[in-house]
Ligand binder design. Structure first.
Ligand code: SAM
Length: 356
């Protein structure tokens, strides 16, 4: 493992300062002895199904880039999930303190084959890292001054048959956070000191009346648990200098401007709330079959846009996309059924010669 030093200045100074002081996600490397944080976005079986037509063995010099990998959740997860395979993982981040945590986590787990690079994703085209089969970039692009430039830099490092797992913020699901960010900017007008901003933010949070948008539909204890005990999280969610969310149509346009094709929205972590089903109209409008049927005539992306707007709570969009040659696995009918616990129907009995 090596840490190269950052050479270019392709990042926003305030953003780098934030992540140096408050690495994200805050993790204790010793906890690696007890549990693995599973990153649902990057599950190898799911990637294989959606992005590699079910043909990826992860054994043929499979190259992974974790861009803006932070304190290492995806790097550690994929390092562990693909242990023993012929895989190389490259972790890039502008924050040395985040890389240091990720490195310690890898050390505790005795993971090999990870390269640590302290650089900006915007400099990827000039780093000479070669191209990758899978690029994870979660929670990073919406923090760049020019997210398009960030995505283009990632595309320049992606193999033709490669795929990307991205996570960007959702506009409607974070309206309460954007109102709170406005509040925090007012409260922190007089200070540029990070620790003072955090202290002011915590003090205000403790005083919020029930009418405040952050407390509507939430218990005060939950809000306090989310922010008061985790300075990295309070800074990331409420005090960030650079935070540009996306709606579903904006996600599609963003991906397509970079020459990529959307494969699917998907889960981010294993927690409820951010999963593919939420983009399905039926989940929200199913009680009105006629309305659902009318909406079903819309193109898929418009249906997903309606689902997002009706849902109102999608705060993160996680998605798989590729250069167009990445493709999902198609199972013929008998294969599909053989994976489900069901009674065989006659057409699927061995020896049946009908179409599959
Ligand atoms: C919200 S954290 C997400 C970390 C990690 N991807 C995860 O999902 O846990 C954002 C990360 O992006 C990194 N970052 C921000 N701008 C960057 C840039 N221009 N190049 C590389 N990393 C960057 C930050 O240092 C930080 O570690």
């Amino acid at each position: 493992m090596d840490i190269r030093t950052m050479r270019a200045s392709s990042y926003k100074k305030e953003v780098r300062e934030q992540y140096e002081k408050y690495p994200f996600t805050l993790r204790d490397p010793e906890e690696e002895r007890k549990r693995l944080h599973v990153c649902a976005l990057d599950m190898p079986a799911k990637l294989n199904h959606y992005c590699y037509a079910g043909r990826q063995s992860f054994n043929d010099e499979f190259r992974v880039l974790v861009a803006g990998g932070g304190a290492g959740d995806t790097t550690i997860y994929l390092g562990e999930a693909l242990r023993g395979r012929n895989v190389e993982i490259v972790h890039v981040d502008i924050s040395t303190s985040s890389i240091a945590i990720a490195k310690k986590r890898a050390h505790v787990r005795r993971l090999k084959g990870i390269t640590w690079i302290n650089e900006s994703v915007l400099d990827l085209p000039s780093l000479g890292l070669g191209s990758f089969d899978y690029i994870n970039c979660a929670g990073v692009l919406h923090h760049l001054e020019d997210p398009d430039a960030g995505l283009r830099a990632l595309v320049s490092s992606l193999k033709d048959v490669g795929a990307m797992g991205l996570m960007v913020y959702g506009r409607y699901g974070r309206l309460d956070l954007y109102a709170t960010q406005d509040l925090m900017r007012l409260v922190n007008k007089a200070t540029t000191k990070l620790a003072e901003r955090v202290a002011n933010a915590k003090a205000v949070l403790r005083c919020l009346p029930p009418s405040n948008i952050l407390l509507r539909g939430r218990h005060r204890e939950d809000v306090e648990a989310m922010f008061l005990a985790d300075d990295s999280n309070i800074y990331d969610a409420l005090l960030h200098e650079q935070d540009a969310p996306f709606t579903v149509p904006e996600v599609y346009e963003f991906v397509e401007r970079a020459g990529l094709k959307m494969i699917s929205f998907t889960n981010y972590r294993n927690d409820a709330g951010i999963c593919r089903l939420e983009y399905d109209l039926h989940l929200h409008l199913g009680s009105d079959p006629e309305l659902t049927a009318r909406m079903r005539r819309l193109p898929k992306r418009d249906q997903e846009a309606v689902a997002e707007a009706v849902n109102g709570g999608i705060g993160l969009h996680s998605l798989l996309c590729g250069q167009g040659r990445a493709k999902a696995c198609f199972l013929c009918r008998s294969q599909r059924y053989s994976m489900l616990p069901h009674r065989r129907c006659r057409n699927d009995m061995p020896g049946h010669r009908g179409k599959t």
